[in-house]
Every structure is written in C-alpha cells, then in structure tokens.
Ligand binder design. Sequence first.
Ligand code: FCB
Length: 454
Amino acid sequence: MPVLARQPAFTVSRGQFPDDFVFGTSTSAYQIEGSSFGGCGLSHWDTFSATPGNVVRSENGSIACDHYHRWEGDLDLVRDAGLQAYRFSTSWARVMPKGCGAINQEGLDFYDKLVDGMLERGIAPHLTLYHWEMPSALEAIGGWRNRDVTDHYADYAQAVTKRLGDRVASIATFNEPWCITWYSHYYGAHAPGLRDICAASRVAHFVPLAHSKAIAAMRALGLKNLGIVCNFEHISPLDNSPGSIKAAKVAEGIYNRWFLGGLFKAEYPADIVDLIGTHLPSGWEQDMADIAAPLDWLGINYYTRALISEGDTQPGNALPIQVGNKGDLPRTEMDWEVYPEGLGNILEWIRDTYTGDLPLAITENGMANKDKLVNGAVDDQERIAYLDAHFKQALAAIDKGIPLRAYFVWSLMDNFEWALGYDKRFGMVHVDFDSFERTPKASYHALRTMLSAL
Ligand code: FCB
C-alpha cells in the first residue's frame, strides 16, 4: 500500500487566505466530556457501548478526555494554537437527562461557563446541538424513528439556545444526518445499532424535520447564523461497467444528495425516493416546505472518497450493502484513502447545485494516525501533510469564488472515536487516557506557526 506523505511544516500560509477567514477546531460532547459527570442522563451511546460487541474493547465515553473537569486547559490549548474558533456540541442528556421536561441546571451551567471561557480567550464559540447523543429515555420510545421526538428536540434546542444563543457565533442543528440515519440505523455501526431499512427511512425524514422545527424555534428567539453540518464523501464508480455506474449513483444519492435535496430544494432525490419511498413515514411530502426553510450557512465534513461497484449493492433493489471500496491511494489509520481533490470537487458541486451564495464552512477535516508519544513529543508529520493538502483545496475553492468562510480541524485532541474506541487518534493534541495529560503534537505546533506568520 502506498505510504502516507510526511511533512514537517505547512506550505500554505495564513496570508494566502482572506483576512476574515476563520481557522478553528472541532470536538463533540460525548467524545471528550465524560458522560458520568455532572448529572448527565444516559444517552444511547452509553447503552450502545454497554452492549457487548458494539465498541472495540467495550470502551465508552463515561470519562472520555475528562474535559468536563479540564475544559479550561483545553480552551487554553485552542487559544495558544492561534485558533479563532472552537466548534463544540452540547449533550442533550446533560441538559435534559430524560430528553424532555426537567433541565439539569448543572449541565446548562457547564456550557454557559464553557462559552464564557471561549469568549474570555478570544475564541468564537460555534455550537452544534446534536452530535449523536439521543437521550436513552427517548431512544426507548423510538428515538429518531418517532415523530414526537422531533418536538422534544425543538424544545431542547430552544432551552440551550435561550441560555447560550446571545454569545455563540453560529449554531448547527445536527452533525452528519447521513451517519445518524444510515450508519446508525441501516449499517448498525453506531448507536442505536439498528439494521433496518424502515428505521433508516423514517430517520432520513425525521432528522430533517427535527432540524426544521429547531430552526423555527430558534428563529422565534431572534437567533441568527443558524445552519446544519452534513458529511460528504467523494463517490465514484469503481469501474466503467453499467452496474457500477448505477450503484455509485444510488450510493451518492443516499450519501450526498438526500439531505441537501430536502434542505435546499424542498425535495428528496426522486431516484432514492423510488428505492425507499414505501418505508418513508406517511405524510412526509407535507413537511418538505418546512424542511427547506432558509439557512444562514452550511457546514461540510469531508474526510475521504469511496469507489462503488455493483457488488456493493443488493441484487434486486440496488440498496447499498457496504460503504464502498478502496482504491490505491495512501490510507489513514481509519483505512480511509487520502483524496484532497474530493474536497474541492464537493465544495464546487454543493455551491453549483444547492447553495449558491450561501456561506460554507468546512466543519470537520482531519486524520487518524498511528501517533506515538516518544520523549514527550509526537511527530505526526502525516497529519501536517494531510491538512496542508486539504487547506490547498480550500484556497483553490476560495480563488474560484466559492463562499468558503471557515475551516475547523477535526480534532483538537485524541478522543473517543465511537465504535472504534480510543485507538484512533485524530487529535492535534495527544491525550494519555490513563493520566489525561495533554501533549501538543507536531501538527499543533506547525499550525500555530502557520497561523502566527503573515
Ligand atoms: C465524523 C464525526 C466525528 C468524528 C470524525 C472522525 O464523522 O462527526 O465525531 O468521529 O468523523
């Protein structure tokens, strides 16, 4: 397999980006906070990870990076890197332990302090309301398969933003609807671990519906800079056979076109409705105008590409049976191919097909690496090369007039990488999961140098 490039420093410079371009870093609540602290309720990740076989070595986020107690030092790291923005998420079960009704004041207070802590350090807070943590009490009544939960979600969104909305720079309703829908309810790889086309189809509609209800609730509070974060892969056929071409179109429709179609065109792609329409919840057509209510920005998470062949789909109905194949590009520790060009292509396609002048942000991009702490240092030159190549794509997109305004590196620090546990290290800061000591890696230092030079 081709090896990953190593590179000691960035070749792009801060000065090549527009002055008002924002560099930040992203995390999410369950992956870093420690869900056993501070009166947090159970989420479906606590229950999913407590079920044998779901998470590598049965690891979970009960302590995670202990960020709940170490958040001040973590925000210092964001500031000291020269980053201007921090994308974080609030945990629904921390704010509302049962998912609706009573509020855990300690939970809201935590996020209140966190936001003030960012502002004190000159860091702009970018809030995500749902980064995959359905309160278990609501999962028990069907989670995203149950239309009622969309109302509970809007109540939660309003409760959080009533408290934090005056100080955050932007708000995203959801992180990665594709993962919430297909990865979690069809491939069964993430909580709640279902493998069911009916469940996935309901979620594919109820997540956009919940998004629209939360947007309406937040607009009613007078809040601005509201958006959503979707994930994309660069998807193409593995070969030129008609079967592969057709399979790639379905995969791309489900992954890349479904949610954007709903959000920006008030219609799901017809070729995918043909495939899953019988499983969609009744009356879904009546929700489409609400789902497409105007947004202020779109967040894009991009990591890799997928090559699709006929064998990746189910004979008969063309539904995907696996996420895709790999080509011959170098791969990260996630076994994901490094394909920076895909980011440029996707940005252009999104702008041309859906969003036009709407501001775009890259809300996640980064890589897992076999990082080793040696004599107090981590020499993750592969991560510098990876980010540098993707930064170049961002620059090229800006040069083409694409309204790309921000870039958030995933992630600030190593954390709980969901079903893959703590082994997959995505951080620019190394975390020792016994002592919780943080050690900035070479990529952190290189980024700081890049951001401070003009
Ligand atoms: C994204 C998730 C994020 C992290 C990265 C590696 O899909 O949003 O939480 O797991 O992948």
